[in-house]
Write a protein that binds this ligand. Structure first.
Ligand code: ARG
Length: 467
């Protein structure tokens, strides 16, 4: 799609009536948004068709003019879609590029399309439609990511791995349980997306410049035609509101943060030192100098995309802060932030979904790691409370001594002979060994939401019914 050459001689053909000469080249450059808002062409045309149809229905324009307008707009749609449309920077933005082309195609009837509207409600509409579609896409992508985790969780409901706090081995958990933690996170993200769709589901068109219009328009009709629940209720707010874009970016930032935590875990797990997972060739790269390497580049880039997305959120919050009502041109800077964040978010979700589905889980390595680091120490303390009647604090102290002894002997808790354990506390019997294995530890944590395989399976069933 070519950009036409700057023409500084003639004044703007859309609003140039009171301007003697064309804009300075710098003015044109800073003012134009066509370079990025051409992305909104389909929404702009949809909005214009709904508006023209309503104008004719209300008797504000004739049916003939409406037909010409609709036909012309559909022609423009296919011109743009097939790459046969010349975008002009002199015409500033997508709205005026399309309207100017319409005038060329259908003549004076084109001039009637802009009756009872302004670019202020027009851009609010186009952008809202775009963000709504993006949210719907995000919702679907999150559902796909959740499904990937549910499958892995089911497969590994019994696979034991170390659970960490402070990245230090804490207690054994199952890999299935760990996967389900991400299902909860992305499930919350998806419900935020659904709420955001509900919030933005109001049609801006008909707010006009800021005050509404004297023409007998029907905003309920356009709202319905464009798939909105209802029209917005305050014309000033309508043209000055970008909450829908900021909500999208906040959700993208929170989701990006979740994706980045997952990416970080995958980076750690795929090191030879951990060896918990092996990434598929499809989601890793080799090194140009070190032949043995398999790098988690996709995970690292997902981690980095979070920085971009957060930047976009802060940028738009800052653009909007301090703007007096209603529209100000500052708001034109909203789109690039959202477009960039949307692209990053889509890529990041897609990459993580692929990685989660493809990665090979090394259950033997996970199990070995789960048993090291005295991960069943809490189970020993709990046994002393349950079987020997010790207060938990005393049991904690006794267990601490057992851990110190095992550490000095270079062995695990389960490897300490009974005589050693009895020397620390006389009421310990050989029954204690039943709880010192990682499987027993995991199976015992049957509290609601706990890591026992039986509980994990209940949560998988809960989410399957909702996915
Ligand atoms: N390109 C503009 C934007 O993106 C469209 C609205 C222009 N409105 C105006 N009053 N100049 O915000």
């Amino acid at each position: 799609m070519a950009e036409s050459k700057t023409d500084t001689k003639s004044s703007n053909q859309m609003w140039g009536g009171r301007f003697a000469s064309g804009p300075d080249a710098i003015m044109e450059e800073i003012n134009a948004s066509i370079g990025f808002d051409k992305k909104l062409f389909a929404q702009d045309i949809r909005g214009s068709i709904a508006h023209a149809t309503m104008l004719a229905h209300q008797g504000i324009i004739s049916a003939e003019d409406k037909d010409k307008i609709v036909h012309g707009l559909n022609t423009i749609l296919s011109e743009i879609e097939s790459g046969n449309f010349e975008f002009s920077r002199r015409l500033e933005d997508i709205h005026m590029n399309i309207e100017a082309r319409l005038a060329t195609l259908i003549g004076p009837a084109a001039g009637r399309l802009h009756t009872a509207r302004s670019r202020n409600d027009q851009v609010a509409l186009d952008f809202r439609l775009w963000v709504k579609e993006e949210l719907e896409k995000t919702e679907k992508m999150l559902t796909g990511l959740i499904a990937a985790f549910l499958d892995r969780a089911e497969e590994h409901a019994e696979s034991v791995m170390p659970g960490f706090t402070h990245l230090q081995t804490a207690q054994p958990v199952t890999f299935g349980h760990h996967c389900m933690a991400y299902v909860e996170m992305f499930g919350r993200d998806r419900s935020r997306v659904r709420h955001a769709i509900e919030h933005l589901d109001e049609s801006p068109i008909g707010a006009a410049a800021l005050a509404g219009t004297g023409y007998p328009i029907d905003r309920h009709m356009t709202a319905k035609a464009l798939g909105f629940r209802e029209p917005t209720r305050n014309s000033i707010d309508t043209v000055s509101d970008r909450d829908f874009a900021i909500e999208f970016l906040s959700i993208a930032a929170i989701t990006g943060m979740h994706l980045s935590r997952l990416a970080e875990e995958i980076v750690i797990w795929s090191t030879p030192q951990f060896g918990f997972v092996r990434l598929s060739d499809a989601f890793s790269t080799g090194s140009s100098i070190m032949p043995q390497k398999k790098n988690p580049d996709a995970a690292e880039l997902v981690r980095a995309k979070t920085g971009r997305i957060n930047g976009s959120l802060v940028a738009l919050l800052t653009i909007m802060k301090g703007l007096p009502l209603a529209y100000s041109k500052d708001m034109q800077e909203d789109k690039e932030q959202v477009f960039d964040a949307a692209e990053s978010l889509e890529l990041a979700i897609a990459a993580m979904t692929g990685m989660v589905r493809d990665m090979t889980v090394n259950t033997a390595r996970m199990k070995a790691a789960a048993g090291s680091g005295f991960s069943t120490a809490t189970d020993l303390a709990d046994w002393l409370v349950r079987e020997a009647g010790l207060p938990f604090r005393d049991a904690h102290h006794v267990t601490g001594r057992a851990v110190a002894l095992a550490e000095s002997k270079g062995c695990d808790l389960a490897e300490l002979p009974l005589s050693d354990l009895q020397a620390i506390h006389s009421s310990i019997t050989d029954k204690v060994y039943d709880v010192l294995t990682v499987e027993a530890s995991v199976a015992s944590r049957k509290s609601f939401g706990g890591t026992a395989p039986s509980e994990v399976r209940k949560q998988i069933a809960f989410w399957r019914a909702r996915n």
